[in-house]
Structure formats: C-alpha cells, structure tokens
Write a protein that binds this ligand. Structure first.
Ligand SMILES: [Zn+2]
Ligand SMILES: [Zn+2]
Length: 135
C-alpha cells in the first residue's frame, strides 16, 4: 500500500494517483463547481477576479483552464495566452490557429532562431557543394 502525505492538508492517505487526500480532492471538486458557477454568473470576470471571489489560486484556475475543464466566455476580456503565439484564448493551451499548425507540422512548433536558420542554410549549401564535387 502506498501511503503519502496530502499536498494540501498534510494528512496521511492511501495514494491512488492524486496528490491530495480524498477529503481535499472532494473539497477541490466543490471549489471547481463553485468557480464554474461563478464564471457562468459573471461571464466578464477575469482570472484574477475569479480567483479573488472564489478564493482559488490563479495557478489552480489556470490549471483547470489548461485541462479544458474551465473556459472563459467570449465576452470575458481576460483569458489565457496561447503558449505558442501569445494570442488570447479562452481554454486549452493553444489558439485554434496554432492547434491547426501544430497538427499539421509538429516539427515546426518551435521556430529556429535566425542564427540557427543561417547555420541550417549553410549546412544545406555545404551538402549541395559536396554533392556537386562528387559529381
Ligand atoms: Zn488533504
Ligand atoms: Zn496561437
């Protein structure tokens, strides 16, 4: 049996894959429902406001949003930033555009810096010259 300390209250509990004990898990779930209801009632509230009103950390709120459990309405002025281009999004980690381009070209998700691009270009030229030499 795997017994651990709860990350929230410090109590020992039987670990079943969550960092929190069953009591804290259900308390967090209650909080989640509270936050969800608050956002529904206050669609224009931003993350900070929601955090203050529901006494949930911004970190936790963002976690829920990233997990796509929570989403801010279109009328909300503040949401999250796309992890790739920084565009304002309401849920998840990337904007629709980036989601698409990530789906199409995973390799291009991180653009090389200009210096890296020059090196890559040079490498290409080198192989080309090499190829010509061999000819
Ligand atoms: Zn606990
Ligand atoms: Zn984006």
């Amino acid at each position: 049996m795997d017994v651990r300390n709860c990350k929230s209250c410090g109590k020992m509990f039987n670990y079943i894959g969550h960092a929190l004990c069953p009591q804290c898990m259900s308390a967090l779930e209650d909080k989640f429902q509270e936050v969800k209801a608050y956002i529904q009632d206050n669609p224009s509230a931003n993350v900070t406001q929601v955090a203050e009103e529901t006494e949930v950390s911004v970190h936790q709120l963002k976690k829920w949003v990233r997990e796509e459990r929570l989403s801010f309405s279109d009328s909300s002025l503040v949401g999250l930033n796309c992890e790739k281009c920084g565009k304002l999004i309401k849920t998840g980690r990337f904007c629709e555009l980036c989601k698409q381009s990530l789906g199409n070209a995973l390799a291009e998700s991180i653009k090389p810096s200009p210096a890296e691009q020059i090196i890559a270009k040079r490498k290409k030229q080198n192989t080309k010259m090499h190829f010509l030499d061999n000819h």
